[in-house]
Design a protein around this ligand. Structure first.
Ligand code: ACO
Length: 311
C-alpha cells in the first residue's frame, strides 16, 4: 500500500503539483521540509538583529522609517515560515527551543557584525539580494504552504534589496570617506554572502534528494553563479569593486569566473563559531525570556474566554 502511495506522491511531484499538509508524504520528505523551513524561519528572525542594531543610529528620519519597516518585514517572514513548518506537525515551541539551545541551524550570514551604516546598505543589497536569488525558485517548491509563503516574502525582499542598493549608491557617490565606508562594507560582506548559498554541490549532502523532490529547484552552485553574474555589474555601476581578483567575465560560459570561497570559515560559522554568534543567541534568548509575561497573559486570556463560552 505504501508503495502505491509513494508512486502516487512521486507522480504528483513530477507533474509539478503542490503537496498539501493533509496529503500523504514520505517521512523523509516531511523531515527535510521541517529542517529547511525551520532553519529558514530562524534565519529571518535572527536576521533582524544585525539591522535592528542600527535603527536608533540611522542617519535620517527617512532612513530610520525605512529600516524599521524592513526589520518588521523580516519578523513577518519568520512568522509565515514558522506557520508553514507547523503544518508539517512540528510545534513552534519545539522549533524555538531548538534555536535557543543551539541545536538548530540558521544562516551563517547573521553571525557577522554590522560595524558602520554602510553595512545596512550592504546587507540590503547583498544579503537580501542573495536571499531573493534563492527564494524566487522556492515559489515553485513542491510543498504548497512553503511556496505560497515565498510569494509575499519575495515581493518584500526585492524592496529590501533596492533600499540597500540605494544606500550604497548614495554613499559611493558621496565624500571620499563615505565611498571608503561603502567599499569596506562590500569587502566584508561579499564572501559571507556567497556562503549563504551553502556548500558546493559536490559537498552538499541534501541537494540531490531535495532536487528530486522538487523542494529545491536550483542547486547551491547554480544560484551562487547567478548571484555573482547579477551583482558584479551592479558594483561596477556605482564605482565599487568586489574583493575578488579572480572575478573575470567568461564569454564561453556566459558568466563570471570567481575565486574559491573559504569553506573552512563557512564550516566554522555553521558550527557556531561566527564572530558574533554568541551575542546573537544571547539577545534571542533574552527577548524570549522578556516576552514570557505576554505569552502567559495571552494564555490566561484564552483560558478565560474558553471558560466564558462553556458557561
Ligand atoms: N548557513 C547555515 N547552514 C547552512 C548554510 C548556511 N549558509 N548553507 C548550508 N547550511 C547547512 C544546511 O542547513 C545543511 O545542514 P543540515 O543538514 O544539518 O540541516 C548543511 O549545511 C549542508 O548543506 P546542504 O546539503 O546544501 O543543505 P540544503 O539542501 O538544506 O541547502 C540552503 C542549504 C540552500 C540554505 C537551503 O536550505 C535553502 O534553500 N533554504 C531556504 C533559504 C534560507 O534558509 N535562507 C536563509 C537565509 S536568507 C534570509 O533569511 C534573509
Amino acid at each position: 500500500e505504501d508503495a502505491d502511495k509513494l508512486a502516487a506522491f512521486e507522480a504528483r511531484v513530477a507533474a509539478d503539483e503542490f503537496i498539501e499538509p493533509k496529503d500523504w508524504m514520505p517521512e523523509a520528505y516531511r523531515r527535510t521540509l521541517v529542517r529547511q523551513i525551520s532553519q529558514h524561519a530562524h534565519s529571518e528572525i535572527v536576521g533582524m538583529l544585525p539591522e535592528g542594531n542600527w535603527i536608533t543610529r540611522a542617519p535620517s528620519l527617512r532612513r530610520k522609517a525605512i529600516l524599521l519597516a524592513k526589520v518588521q518585514d523580516e519578523a513577518g517572514h519568520g512568522l509565515y515560515l514558522y506557520s508553514a513548518a507547523e503544518t508539517l506537525g512540528t510545534s513552534r515551541e519545539e522549533m524555538i527551543e531548538a534555536l535557543h539551545s543551539g541545536k538548530a541551524k540558521y544562516s551563517t550570514i547573521f553571525n557577522y557584525p554590522t560595524l558602520t551604516w554602510a553595512d545596512i546598505g550592504a546587507i540590503g543589497w547583498l544579503v537580501d539580494g542573495a536571499a531573493i536569488m534563492n527564494q524566487v525558485p522556492l515559489q515553485r517548491t513542491s510543498y504548497g504552504p512553503y511556496a505560497r509563503a515565498m510569494v509575499r516574502v519575495c515581493k518584500e525582499e526585492s524592496f529590501h534589496q533596492r533600499q540597500g542598493y540605494e544606500i550604497m549608491m548614495h554613499l559611493a557617490a558621496g565624500t571620499d570617506a563615505q565611498k571608503r565606508m561603502a567599499q569596506d562594507a562590500l569587502n566584508r560582506w561579499w564572501w559571507p554572502s556567497l556562503m549563504m548559498f551553502g556548500p558546493p554541490d559536490e559537498n552538499s549532502p541534501n541537494t540531490a534528494q531535495s532536487m528530486r523532490w522538487r523542494i529545491k529547484r536550483e542547486t547551491n552552485d547554480e544560484l551562487r553563479q547567478k548571484f555573482v553574474d547579477i551583482t558584479v555589474p551592479q558594483a561596477d555601476a556605482i564605482g565599487l569593486t568586489v574583493p575578488d581578483p579572480a572575478v573575470k567575465w567568461n564569454e564561453a560560459k556566459g558568466g563570471y569566473d570567481f575565486g574559491e570561497v573559504d569553506w573552512s570559515e563557512f564550516y566554522a560559522v555553521v558550527k557556531g563559531e561566527g564572530p558574533v554568534a554568541k551575542e546573537r543567541m544571547a539577545v534571542r534568548r533574552k527577548a524570549w525570556e522578556d516576552g514570557a509575561w505576554i505569552r502567559e497573559a495571552a494564555d490566561a486570556y484564552a483560558a478565560k474566554q474558553a471558560g466564558k463560552r462553556k458557561a
